[in-house]
Design a protein around this ligand. Sequence first.
Ligand SMILES: Nc1nc2c(ncn2[C@@H]2O[C@H](COP(=O)(O)OP(=O)(O)OP(=O)(O)O)[C@@H](O)[C@H]2O)c(=O)[nH]1
Ligand SMILES: [K+]
Ligand SMILES: [Mg+2]
Length: 456
Amino acid sequence: MAESLYSQDTIAALATPPGRGGVGIIRVSGPACRSIASSLLGHCPAPRFALYGPFRGDQGMIDEGIALFFEGPNSFTGEDVLELQGHGGPVLMDLLLERCVRLGARLARPGEFSERAFLNDKLDLAQAEAIADLIEASSRGAAENALRSLQGEFSRRVEGLVQRLIELRMYVEAAIDFPEEEIDFLADGHVAAKLAEVRGELGEVRAAAAQGALMREGMSVVIAGRPNAGKSSLLNALTEQETAIVTDIEGTTRDVLREHIHLDGMPLHVIDTAGLRDTPDAVEQIGVARAWSEIEKADRVLLMVDAATTDALDPMAIWPEFVERLADPSRLTLVRNKVDTSQEAPGLDLSTATPVVRLSAKTGEGVDNLKEHLKAVMGFSATTEGRFSARRRHLDALDRAEQALGNGEAQLAGYGAGELLAEDLRDAQQALGEITGEFSADDLLGEIFGSFCIGK
Ligand SMILES: Nc1nc2c(ncn2[C@@H]2O[C@H](COP(=O)(O)OP(=O)(O)OP(=O)(O)O)[C@@H](O)[C@H]2O)c(=O)[nH]1
Ligand SMILES: [K+]
Ligand SMILES: [Mg+2]
């Protein structure tokens, strides 16, 4: 087999979910695949040909099934890979796995097959992450996005940005290294134009990645307010189920209740909480403390009031202590509930500093307005065109790249030092390189010198 860059040990694991099924698959990767196959089946199957036969144990047959052999580097991990498909019973699969271990494999760590695929250059980091996203996708849209990332759509766009940064760096570093050429690269407008272009493209990738991350991770919304505002009723209206207990007794909800729904494919994590009040009841006190810890974490906080109790539209006027305790009041939406008993029309009102949704959790009027509002505050759009799956880690890296490019632009505008601009560009490239896991200083130097023919 082709020498693996990575490991000399052979790993094995159950590849199908644990439990009973028609077929169960054990996957083995590493240099011992051939010998394991020979011991089990009498000989190793020809690469990519299914071999049907008995799987032999130490004493007699374990099972009969199909073996597939993929010769490295033409395999998922880039190493020799053996797949054993047997009957999907947990005892049989255990016996087969144990047999593989006795024949020289060890049990694989979580994600180790993908890790080897990455280390053997079968996948970049973003693609390896996309495999996990694909398997874990909670909606069709999320699965489609993950597949696009796995096929390299995200990586290609990031690499496109990296290429453009490299070209820009070559240009800037030449200006620094050869001032005697008397070409003031930095002042001629070319660099500024290129930089603006890259920033624009980065912004587009960031927007698509943010959509992908949103589709994957979704949005958390906490419903908070005084007892009996109708919080649990809203949870039930959103989930269209009698999830939470609703009564006219204050303090009905004590624990935190979580439900997960989708809005056009965007996962929405709805959190119902205990009504906030000072109470001598020890259990309710714990509920209130838990409510606060959810309020502090959520992407969006719905402050719910019974519309009959106040006309105010400003949360500060309704409940200053609540707003003051909230770290970031821009996360707040005021929900005026029970409009079926007041004179208010249901709907969304964006005319005030804090958005206001008027609805009735009981009749359902206005609940759709709330859903639209939640999608809008996250900038979610239902089109999946040109989207890929992404994670917060990627958004983070894109933000750092954007920050570095912004600094670079400020250097240019202020006629700052070329060296500082060069450093900003390098930082941006490094941040992007973290997405695909490809960053290496040696690659960059090779590229610069290779195309500039310095010293000629
Ligand atoms: N008319 C009307 N009544 C409502 C509406 N929403 C809730 N209620 C009633 O208000 C009362 C309290 O509702 P809950 O959903 O239990 O309120 P809560 O905020 O979860 O209360 P706690 O869990 O005790 O904090 C119940 O009697 C509900 O039927 C509404 O939109 N209109
Ligand atoms: K209640
Ligand atoms: Mg409740």
